[in-house]
Write a protein of this length. Sequence first.
Length: 247
Amino acid sequence: MATTFATGCSVINPTSGEHPGSTDCPQAPAAFKAAIDISGSRSSVPLTDSENAAVQGLVRRTLLCGGNAEVSAFSGSVATTVPLYSGELHLDGATDNARLRREPEATDGVMTQIHQNIADAVTAPPRSAGTDVLGQLGLIGEYGQQLNNGSGPSNLVGLIVTDGEDTDQLNFANPTLTSTSAVAVADAAIVPDLSGAQLTIIGIGKSSSGAPAATVHVDAVKAGWNRICERTNAAECTVVTDPANGR
């Protein structure tokens, strides 16, 4: 079951195939930051088809709007985060049609680099124990601040691909976790200010083995992440297992 809440911003479908208009693209250059969980529970299949489509759709949106994108992989602490792609994205061309014709090849080029680097990352020896998913929220916030000279992440789209089981700060892998206890843990956590940003967390409860987690546990993990996302003051929060239509 998907959980989404939004305040003060339009919902964007990055895979719609339409050129973003003024209501879809931010006033400032677009900023997209993604973090992909490659910890033990997800290492053999770090991106399912639907998760890959979500990353691809936001790369495409950033290209069409013009802006910056950074995609990284993580398995332990934030200090061991591995860069997969980072750069400015825009389409050259004298007309909209000319730029649109260049988009598929440009998007494929970015995704190819991401796939190549993530394949190397998952085969590298683990560099720390545990999984710090919460720490990735801080990196997303820092990315938005850097691009906006400290003025805030209002043009920022953040995406975390993870099963949600933070074992470093939140202990959401605890098999006795309930929705009530997860929310209590979330209320006690230190979270970054993501005011104005759009934040999506996908893959909750999914592992590389394909074995489904107990529904009550998945619901508890979602409840915890929804509370954390709410506390960041993000303008839009989405916490789901499988993104619909690549989102």
